[in-house]
Design a protein around this ligand. Structure first.
Ligand SMILES: *Cc1c(COP(=O)(O)O)cnc(C)c1O
Length: 227
């Protein structure tokens, strides 16, 4: 079975990368990015023990999640529009990964409050400073930190990034390191432990793990090329 073979190979590579960097293999979570793939494919991964899945579009996730067993854990990894926050929170994602502005964080906190819940999120950082990209610049994040951490209905679990794609996976290492150092800096200012760093995709997840990733988001290396 293609998907199960791929999953096993990735788990092996993940454990090796964790060990190389002196970390326990269990400290890194594999998020299987199932966007564009049908429930049949996702079920193959499920039958191989995979439970954590990532979708980048709310509409697609809403269509697929009811078709999967209830013990699956879902992360929303794509951009979220403010007018879709309520739907996203009602959908029951375990983690909203790509919170890319103070305004969005404020909207999520407010609506989570209205729904009587606390939203678990990651903050997306624009680690390579391209103005066209989503996310807080490191400077913006440091500046907004007091306001972000004061939002009452958010559980900010950590940071995520999507560095610019390059053919050479090593080229992403400085971006991953930037994210880790930024998290360390924010931890030192308090008050949050920020345990999660979501970084690394199919072509560079071992490097992300070496640089401290706790969540790697892997799609095509598991499910095959997207059409
Ligand atoms: C699609 C996607 C991934 C997975 O990409 P692959 O290269 O297929 O592993 C990871 N993160 C985000 C935010 C994505 O949209």
């Amino acid at each position: 079975m293609y998907i199960q073979d791929q999953l096993r190979e990735i788990r092996t590579q993940m454990a090796a990368a964790a060990t190389r960097s002196g970390r326990a293999p269990e400290s890194v979570q594999l998020l299987a990015v199932s966007k564009t793939f049908p429930v049949d494919d996702i079920m193959h991964a499920y039958h191989d023990g995979q439970r954590c899945f990532g979708e980048n579009r709310l509409q697609e996730a809403m269509a697929k999640m009811p078709g999967m067993p209830a013990d699956c854990v879902w992360h929303l990894i794509g951009p979220l529009q403010r007018n879709k926050v309520r739907k996203a929170l009602e959908q029951g994602f375990a983690l909203i990964e790509a919170v890319d502005s103070l305004k969005l964080a404020q909207a999520i906190s407010r609506i989570a409050g209205e729904l009587g819940t606390t939203a678990r999120i990651l903050l997306e950082v624009n680690v390579d400073g391209e103005s066209t990209k989503h996310g807080f610049t490191p400077e913006e994040l440091i500046q907004s930190w007091p306001e972000l951490t004061a939002l009452p209905h958010l559980d900010i679990r950590g940071l995520m990034c999507i560095p610019a794609f390059t053919d050479e996976p090593e080229d992403a290492r400085p971006a991953f390191r930037t994210l880790r150092l930024l998290a360390e800096q924010l931890r030192a200012t308090g008050p949050l432990p920020l345990p999660e760093l979501s970084m690394g995709m199919s072509h560079d997840y071992p490097i992300a793990i070496e640089e401290g990733a706790t969540i790697v988001r892997v799609g095509s290396a598991i499910f095959g090329k997207r059409g």
